[in-house]
Write a new protein. Structure first.
Lengths: 540, 147
């Protein structure tokens, strides 16, 4: 095994939303950071949005599901036991390369779920404690949005104004107003004005195919250039196989495999896992030893458990005429948090947010898009024409409660190209979410009809919706009910940290990326503050 | 995306019949056969791992007389395969070939107002967000839950 590389102060595994933010923050504080990334750098000039068959890529090599995309740098995920499929990307920037760039914050109440509603657990930190790092992240990302949302506490002004509504969302705004329901322009990690050397969005549409202009804040173009300037290093095509420990049980590095399957050992004084809510528990479970037979940092038995995915239901309104629905960032317009908080008069706890999305191109629309019932065979063309470009979709994103039975474990059946066991998702949508979906579809349909839709098409659970991977190495105060403390430090291994969605104690009803990045920045600050006194490993 | 040959050879007649059943055409929209979609599919099907084998399996599972059967009968046969992974792949490959065809793109432009050029580099122009739209919602008192 080759371990000739110098010992790093901090080894970061994964370069996505969390890994990028944390690496930058550490490097600009003078910490020597090495990041191991399984995938490659991606070149925005090669993203498909400028090619004639751009939509074909969306169903092949740019599909968000690694099991469909099957790039050499992907690892398969055994999803045979989950109705919601995994969506993720391996590469510098991680899944932010393919995200639709929603940038909402958690509510203060999301950190106190047990206290307020008697379910799940409280987070070991508060909104107010995380707020300074939310603000810092907003500035790094260049969030588009506007102040004054009555559903959220006041905050610093967003760096750039909100995205254009587009005709579909424009119709819905009037309907929300007439019905007296909350709506607000989406907080978006897409620039509406030039910012920090990046171009403004030109409303091309398919954000999930990668942004050729750099308007979307994937972490390869926000955090990584600055991290590299500060001295951080990224090793790409480095597939980590396990975290190693010294005789005292401290993390002392990671074994990774290069393209030829040759093993390398990167040594480090501190190790941070930021490989997402599936990749991180996979690596912890793979890192077994005499001292840690059930996987690293797993004394609680909770590594991999409490997987939360945010089930998404959809209601798509069909209008009589075109609403130009394929123009503009496809996931981003407005949102509603009218039904976000627990209401004892409803038959579910917690709540959901609604995001109004735009439509999709002809191929995805023909294949069914968001609940479009386009038949094959006779009638295909007539129905396609009734729907294409004439829809507005309301995506009902539900808070997913943690259950230990929902989990990531090592697959008995699937392995990656190096023969390392793949992760397996074992997941069921719970009854609370089923009831929530019903409520969300009813309310969304009301809004869509009020907006003039002539019909509303619905889907209870969107299968291709597993972008939000959370809870599988949860934070907490009690080492018996959590894997890490409030700073992402594992209870069992004092110099091993987690900095991705695995940390989430609960899922809230909003997209997780800003919270992942705020936590990562906070964890980086904590490492900087405490590393002088941290117990570091021996490097024999 | 470069064209790529499939690793298995698909039965051209049976493939054509399959595609014609999936995309039979209507008064305004061309049928698969009018676009020689079978040739396109044969050329492109190897671009994604496993697609050629999936379609080969589906074709092999169809009855021998499938190509000569009536439209009703062919449709009935395919209904039995609906929901299978192989059928899903066939549908994806068929639509993928259809909705990038020049003639279909022309119809999308003409009948749906769809701009058929790639989204980049030109993008699209949309009206900027009009802050006055917030007038009504701004009147609402903060309602977030204190914790």
């Amino acid at each position: 095994m080759n371990d000739a590389e110098p010992i790093a102060d901090v080894l970061v595994i994964g370069s996505g939303a969390g890994g990028g933010a944390l690496s930058w923050r550490l490097a600009q504080a003078g910490v020597d950071v090495v990041c191991l990334e399984r995938g490659d750098w991606t070149d925005p000039a090669t993203y498909p949005a400028a090619t004639p068959d751009w939509e074909s890529h969306r169903v092949r090599d740019f599909h968000p599901n690694p099991n469909v995309r099957r790039r050499e740098t992907d690892y398969p995920v055994d999803d045979s036991t989950s109705p919601i499929k995994p969506l993720m990307f391996c590469g510098v920037g991680g899944s932010t390369i393919m995200w639709t760039a929603h940038h909402p914050r958690f509510h203060p109440s999301d950190f106190r779920v047990k206290t307020l509603d008697g379910v799940a657990d409280d987070w070991p930190l508060s909104y107010e404690e995380l707020a300074p790092h939310y603000e810092l992240n907003d500035r790094m990302v260049g969030v588009a949005g506007i102040d004054g949302d009555p559903a959220m506490p006041a905050r610093e002004p967003r760096p750039v104004p909100p995205l254009p509504l587009g005709e579909g969302a424009d119709r819905l705004v009037g309907a929300f107003d007439r019905l007296g329901y909350h709506w607000w322009p989406a907080d978006s990690a897409v620039l509406t004005k030039a910012y920090d050397g990046r171009l403004a969005c030109n409303n091309c549409g398919p954000c999930e195919l990668g942004c050729t202009r750099g308007s979307k804040a994937s972490s390869d173009i926000t955090y990584w250039p600055k991290a590299l300037d500060s001295g951080a290093r990224v090793l790409t095509r480095a597939a980590v196989r396990e975290i190693t420990v010294d005789e005292a049980g401290r993390a002392n590095g990671a074994v990774w495999l290069d393209d030829e399957g040759k093993e390398h050992h990167q040594r480090a004084n501190v190790v941070v896992l930021a490989a997402n809510g599936i990749g991180t528990p996979r690596l912890l479970l793979l890192s077994t030893s005499e001292r840690f037979p059930g996987g690293l940092a797993n004394t609680s038995g909770l590594v991999g458990r409490n997987l939360m995915l945010h089930p998404i239901a959809v209601a798509t309104g069909v209008f009589d005429e075109s609403v130009g629905s394929y123009h503009g960032p496809d996931g981003l317009t407005i949102f509603s948090q009218e039904w976000y908080e627990t209401d004892p008069d409803r038959d579910f706890v917690r709540g959901y947010g609604i995001q109004v999305t735009r439509g999709q191109g002809p191929l995805i629309s023909a294949l069914g898009g968001f609940a479009l019932d386009v038949p094959w065979g006779r009638g295909h063309h007539e129905r396609f024409e009734q729907l294409f470009g004439r829809v507005a979709t309301m995506a009902i994103l539900m808070e997913d409660l943690p259950h230990e039975s929902n989990m990531v474990k090592l697959s008995d059946n699937e392995r990656d190209r190096f023969g390392v066991p793949s992760p397996q998702m074992v997941y069921e949508v719970d009854d609370n979410s089923v009831r929530m979906a019903k409520h969300g579809i009813e309310r969304s349909s009301e809004v869509l009809y009020e907006a003039g839709a002539r019909e509303v098409l619905t889907m209870d659970v969107l299968p291709m919706a597993g972008f939000h991977l959370m809870g599988t190495a949860r934070m907490g105060v009690d080492p018996g009910r959590s894997v890490t403390d409030a700073f992402g430090r594992t209870h069992d291994v004092p110099n091993l940290f987690v900095a991705d969605g695995s940390l989430f104690t609960t899922s809230a009803g909003v997209n997780p990326t800003p919270t992942i990045q705020a936590l990562a920045l906070r964890i980086a600050d904590h490492i900087v503050e405490t590393r002088r006194n941290m117990s570091v490993p021996s490097h024999a | 995306m470069p064209d790529s040959s499939a690793s298995v050879t698909l039965d051209a007649d049976r493939l054509a019949a399959l595609l014609e059943t999936l995309l039979p055409g209507s008064a305004d929209w061309p049928a698969a056969s009018e676009l020689d979609l079978a040739s396109t599919v044969n050329r492109r099907v190897g671009m994604a791992e496993g697609h050629d084998q999936a379609i080969a399996r589906l074709l092999a599972a169809l009855p021998a007389e499938f190509g000569d059967a009536s439209a009703d009968a062919r449709e009935e046969v395919l209904r039995e395969h609906e929901g299978t992974n192989d059928f899903g792949v066939a549908l994806l490959v068929a639509y993928d070939a259809y909705y990038v065809h020049e003639r279909v793109l022309g119809l999308l432009e003409q009948r749906c107002g769809y701009v058929t050029r790639p989204p980049q580099p030109e993008g699209f122009t949309l009206e900027p967000f009009d802050e006055s739209r917030l007038a009504r919602i701004r009147e609402r008192e903060p309602f977030w839950r204190k914790a």
